[in-house]
Design a protein around this ligand. Sequence first.
Ligand SMILES: Cc1ncc(COP(=O)(O)O)c(C=O)c1O
Length: 398
Amino acid sequence: MPTISNRGKIIPESPIRKLSPFAEKAKERGVKVFHLNIGQPDLQAPPQALKAIRNFNQTTIGYTLSQGIKSFREKLVKYYDKYNIDIEADDITITSGGSEAVTFAFMSCLNPGDEILVPEPTYANYKSFAIAAGAEVKSITSNIEDSFALPPIEEFEKLITPKTKGIMICNPNNPTGYLYTSEEMNKIRDLVKKYDLFLFSDEVYREFCYTESPYISAFHLEGIEQNVILIDSVSKRYSECGLRIGALITKNKEVRHSVLKFCQARLSPPLIGQIAAEASLDATPEYMLNNYNEYINRRNFLIDGLNRIEGVYSPMPMGAFYTVARLPVDDADKFCEWMLSEFQFNNQTLFLAPASGFYLQPDKGKDEVRIAYVLKKEDLAICLKILEKALKEYPGKK
Ligand SMILES: Cc1ncc(COP(=O)(O)O)c(C=O)c1O
């Protein structure tokens, strides 16, 4: 029998989805499972997007330009302008989700054997996409005690070798909800400049910043304009995960040219997705504010509730819609599996994502879970009750 590739062997399973078979079995037993494991927003997509899909009246569902529909990219320029991100339509390449943007960024910038540095816990798929490009991810651990702030920049510098090609950040952060300060972003900028690295900046949670301090985009950093590759997506900001529309933005023409060739090879991003995403840019400020307020309320409610449970600790996340919480358990992987396979309270249970899968270094985050607050407050209240009960009954309680 022919054997699969080494890449295929080492690519990790998604920490978010690996317990799905246990959740499916629980559902088959008639247990209601609350999904706090996956970052799929439950709020309504902009009505403009839904209307655009309903009104689609072309008789052929065709390809578009490989780099994306021009009018969409032009309209995005105005959207970014609101965030003081000064780019042109040609700097933007439309991709099939932020996922494809990361893939094409790595494929275009990294050679097999090259390394990138990532603060962890991190969005786990960066490692998968790096493996696809034959590159390696080196991580620097941030800690729950200081709310997952950027680790000292010297820790990054220590890992830099001739193979280091870039730094990958996610801001606001998935899984921690941390929002980098301007001081931290300037430190990253200085390092990028000193070693002439790429800065891959995943800003798909831009809309969800809950602090007075400003959101700093990688494009706000002076002197590294040619180094920045911004990753974006409509999945989170408009509750449009299924549209599969994202963007890769860079002023670096050489990178863009390479990315375009990858885009040409996969022909086109989704047509209907682009039409709906373009219409979403007309979402009213009221729509955006309502969603924003909803997430703030959920965050406040969830974090307060978590910290009231004995032995549980969660920092207050300043962005995105996740938190990483510490639980009084021997092993969060076992605990999450146990909740799905052996525990129920009033015929209900929880699906949480064990945080170990968001760390690249072994044995980190053993007693941590990532919780996505993508359910309404009434459901979060039930989830908190279930968690409290589960922690009381779990045999591996610390
Ligand atoms: C940080 C981050 N980047 C990128 C993505 C990819 O999103 P999509 O491919 O749906 O645009 C996600 C999805 O969860 C994410 O959390």
